[in-house]
Write a protein that binds this ligand. Structure first.
Ligand SMILES: NC(=O)c1ccc[n+]([C@@H]2O[C@H](COP(=O)([O-])OP(=O)(O)OC[C@H]3O[C@@H](n4cnc5c(N)ncnc54)[C@H](OP(=O)(O)O)[C@@H]3O)[C@@H](O)[C@H]2O)c1
Length: 328
């Protein structure tokens, strides 16, 4: 089984490393000329949530890297995990080199699939979402966490042979596969929830400050709830998704539940604390606001976080919470 990962970013490397360790033949594709610094391998410090007692391990991932592709390459799957705003840049490369492979987009999505549909038939691609994350440190180490679940789904909700095959590949690496009947709506709900949490993390001055503060988490719940209204206005049955449930409890209860869950679930906490790719985080926040504006939604709590998203750093120290917020 040959799998090609696009890039050596956080998600591509975490899953590439996990799959390669489980015996899958993984190759990473990087843009021309970008393979040299990777020849020595990538040092990966992983808090492994697949274990009963999650443990941090360090490995040198000796990855296989190519910087060119051909339609005659013998890959079963291309796995594309790029920042959501980079997706269109990948499409011409896919179009020219897809050959017999199918593409798993393992990515955030808010824009829908029109741009992909212009380039690839749906018979050539499906979607999924990683439950992992992290970031590269200044010395080039990947500091990351991996939870045991991944999400996958065909756009038409069917269970196809390629979906089954992907499930087997992930299971080989001790990952549990949650197949979603409506992966598009799942992706949008997840994006919306993230966008509210991101806004509150910028307000707090970082994920750690956010996760240590029930009042700040309350802002995340209120903003996330308004972001979920954007999904509703797009036709999503939001409350059918378990992940959205915390947002529809009384707000203080939801905030306290998230605070507690993040105290207990160390890998989930680490995913948030090490995800400091501010460019993408800002874009996620902005995308939802832009759609909310286009749909004429007020979103007062969500909008109140904009000044922090646009002016502060997620790596900075926490700020004093202003009193100017709308009341819950
Ligand atoms: N990081 C997290 O904690 C996390 C958690 C959950 C979900 N996600 C989602 O997972 C996806 C990937 O995120 P990430 O954090 O792994 O991003 P990332 O670290 O920025 O990695 C993206 C990778 O894609 C490569 N790439 C982009 N455009 C390319 C192109 N046209 N051709 C070849 N390679 C290309 C980049 O290469 P260059 O370096 O050359 O640009 C980079 O190696 C995103 O949709 C994100 O929302 C991330």
């Amino acid at each position: 089984m040959r799998v090609l990962m696009f890039g050596t970013g956080v998600i591509g490397t975490v899953y590439g490393c996990a799959l390669a360790k489980a015996g899958v033949d993984v190759t990473h594709y990087v843009r021309p000329g970008k393979n040299q610094p990777l020849e020595e391998g990538v040092s990966v410090r992983l808090l492994d949530g697949r274990l009963k007692r999650p443990q941090e391990t360090s490995v040198l991932y000796k990855l296989k890297v190519v910087d060119s592709l051909s339609p005659l390459d013998d890959y079963e799957f291309f796995v594309v995990s790029v920042r959501h705003y980079q997706l269109e840049s990948v499409l011409p490369v896919l179009k020219d080199n897809i050959g017999k492979a199918d593409v798993l987009f393992f990515n955030s999505n808010w824009a829908g699939f029109e741009a992909i549909d212009r380039i690839l038939p749906r018979a050539k691609y499906l979607w999924g979402f990683p439950v992992a994350g992290g970031g590269y440190t200044a010395n080039g180490e990947l500091n990351a966490a991996l939870l045991e679940e991944v999400r996958l789904g065909e756009l038409d909700g069917r269970t196809t042979p390629r979906l089954e095959l992907l499930k087997e590949i992930f299971e080989q690496a001790s990952l549990k596969v949650d197949i979603q009947k409506n992966i598009q709506h799942w992706l949008w709900v997840h994006f919306a929830i993230n966008s509210g949490v991101i806004g509150a993390a910028f307000e707090a001055g970082g994920a750690t400050q956010l996760l240590n503060s029930v009042p700040r988490l309350l802002d995340a719940i209120l903003a996330g709830r308004e972001a979920l209204e954007v999904c509703k206005a797009r036709g999503v049955d939001v409350q059918a998704f378990d992940d959205a449930k915390a947002f529809y409890q009384p707000s203080w209860l939801g905030a306290t539940a998230v605070w507690l869950m993040m105290k207990l679930n160390k890998p989930a906490r680490k995913i948030m604390e090490t995800h400091t790719a501010e460019d993408e985080l800002r874009e996620i926040y902005r995308d939802v606001l832009k759609t909310g504006d286009a749909l004429g939604l007020a979103m007062p709590h969500y909008r109140a976080l904009k000044e922090y998203v646009e002016s502060s750093s997620i790596k900075a120290q926490g700020r004093t919470k202003p009193n100017a917020h709308p009341t819950p």
